[in-house]
Design a protein around this ligand. Sequence first.
Ligand SMILES: Cc1ncc(COP(=O)(O)O)c(C=O)c1O
Length: 481
Amino acid sequence: MPDEKSFHMTPDEFRRHGHAVVDWIADYQSRVESFPVVSKVKPGEIRASLPANPPAQGESFEALLKDVEQLILPGVTHWQSPNFFAYFPCNASGPGILGDLLSSGLGVQGMLWSTSPACTELETHVMDWLVRMLGLPEKFLSSSTGGGVIQDTASSAAVCALLAGRERATNYASNRKGCNGRLVAYASAQAHSSLEKAAMIAGIGSENLRLIEVDENFAMRPDALARQIEADKQAGLTPCFVCATVGTTSSNAMDPIAAIGEICRGHKLWLHVDAAMSGTAMLCPEFRHLQEGVELADSYNFNPHKWMFTNFDCNCFWVADRRALIQTLSILPEYLRNQATESGAVIDYRDWHIQLGRRFRSLKLWFVIRHYGVEGLRHHIREHVRLAQQFAGWVQNDNRFELAAPAPLNLVCFRHKGGDTLNQTIMDRINRSGDLFLTHTKLNGKLTLRLCVGQTNTKARHVENAWKRIRDEANELQKIA
Ligand SMILES: Cc1ncc(COP(=O)(O)O)c(C=O)c1O
């Protein structure tokens, strides 16, 4: 009998094609700087280049890679270009990519300890390492009352934190009966939009998320927070949750965690700290003063997928009291029952987030931490901060430009003094050129340019060139005007 026909890729074919893909990625890394950072395609152009119907017969792997090169690459915006200064970074690295590949290779689904013990235990271990690496409070350790879990994004972490805060405030009644419309939550007017989404998802309602006034540095005003909580209590409402941000998205403002934490403690409110990008800076002890008071947090999260060289997606989320989180999110159907769970000796991470199934994400984090070591990570973070600070200095020394907000770390918010239209034009012309990518925000109603240094391979020459390009555009526009 001949072998049964199979359409699968054999291990030998996989090896051959896998080598070709790794070669392709390594070549991509070497030539990424040669592409325009922002894709130049028009809406619909990529789809129009693809066949209308799927192939009836399988195609060669060579044909797939050729299409990646010819059809897909033109539609890629190069987040991994060292000239990417937009938004917050989403940096990747060799060990991060390879860890992710191994996770795919193992194909593990780690919803329970018993569905792959290493998936759970490596995650717990790496999350405990990070508590020490970032100088976070001991209570976040799995050996204490808390523990950490890897989520997909900071948005999901915010939902989980808000749900736990909601349940703690209602003695777990809202899980059973639904919300009563009287729960209120708080974040600064500069907090990330994911908090508003979390309030919608958690049944708090976006109108019941109070956006607290900020000071001249765009940080939450604790006095305004305290007043709003008092007013809500007077009105018979139930405050349950506060989110403080370490490094807001717009301008990298640092909410005063210690003062906010004291208010939360006084009112028994859940304090969530969102350090999505800037949390990575806490690898370096000299930046930890920016989150002084973090020991008052009930939960904390940061995204290694932003600034810590770990491929998207990877969010690290800790709670001080794991029982509150588990009691909020745990439901145990018969088909998931197993001896290890019953023994109480293991962590089942399915109880720590929204979805059931989960990838083996800790592998890439483990690879990154072991490849760089704490020393290597600190080196690159310090260098990014140094480059951003140097850029901020150049802005200050050019009297046509001004800083629009303090620059505590790697984000510089700045503008040309010539007004919104001029700034918009500078940014549009630069982005259209493909030489680099900047994005904007509005601060005090004025259009503000943002330059964030955080891509893995950004070096002094890239930042120097960015400043030159910005000044050249300003000169050019002044000539035209
Ligand atoms: C402060 C802050 N929080 C939350 C988020 C949302 O991140 P994610 O895409 O991981 O949900 C961001 C994204 O930039 C952010 O800057």
